[in-house]
Design a protein. Structure first.
Length: 245
């Protein structure tokens, strides 16, 4: 027996919190009866409907994708551009990305059909490290790099402290390679952080998500996460949420 909102989330309909809203709004039926109170537990034999459509109780799946540049972090695109789920043409489960990477950003992206798991990882309190390597225009000063480390003011507020390392600098080409570790997930955050200190990002790649890396993968490759990796990620999210609550 599992809580109804967890079953809905696991089916990939919505996050667990949104699933709770769907129940409270009277949009969920169990065995033909509308359920509006949270806490109900259902079994695999129960018929669950959301908005009059019976949900398919999919087994949870978890993948790591080396997203190429020029791909949308979505399950569809109104302009017909390539999306991340196009790299899983034979997968029957309806997966979606955990967070997103910009169209022009490559690197590590997690995808799943487990709404509760995705919501846990994306929650601001989870503070999961995301490591990016950026090629930037110009060579940043130590003072400007320290600004990024302390947190810098953007139009949507000050960023959390980051870890920053200058990997290389090319005086002739006037460019640099910088590694930056953040745990927030704002829109175009890394690019905006560098722009705030006067450096445009020429190329950006996410190389690590928590302990996950791109080792052994080429751009466009994907692999399934191991049960141990999923367990570790869930523990990381739960641990950070407790620490920050």
């Amino acid at each position: 027996m599992e809580r109804l909102q967890k079953v809905i989330a696991r089916a990939g309909i919505a996050s667990r919190r949104k699933s709770e809203d769907l129940i409270k709004e009277g949009r969920v039926k169990v065995n033909g009866k509308v359920v509006t109170e949270l806490g109900l537990k259902v079994s695999s034999s129960d018929k669950v409907e959301v908005n009059e459509i019976q949900i398919e109780k999919e087994e949870p799946v978890y993948f790591l994708l080396y997203k190429p540049r020029g791909v949308i972090s979505s399950v569809n695109d109104e302009k017909g551009r390539k999306v991340v789920t196009d790299f899983f043409p034979h997968l029957k489960e309806r997966i979606y990305p955990v967070g997103r990477l910009d169209y022009d950003t490559s690197g590590l992206l997690v995808l799943t059909n487990d709404g509760e798991f995705a919501n846990l990882l994306m929650h601001p309190k989870s503070e999961i490290d995301k490591v990016y390597v950026a090629k930037i225009k110009g060579i940043p000063s130590k003072e400007n790099l320290r600004k990024l480390e302390k947190g810098i003011r953007l139009e949507d507020g000050k960023t959390a402290p980051a870890r920053v390392k200058l990997l290389s600098a090319d005086n002739k080409k006037q460019s640099a390679i910088v590694e930056i570790t953040i745990h927030e997930g704002r829109n175009r955050q890394v690019r905006r952080m560098f722009e705030a200190i006067g450096h445009d990002v020429l190329k950006l790649k996410r190389e690590r998500y928590a302990f996950l890396t791109l080792n052994g993968l080429k751009t466009g490759d994907a692999r399934e996460l191991t049960p141990h990796e999923v367990k570790q990620l869930r523990a990381l999210g739960l641990g950070s949420n407790k620490k920050n609550s």
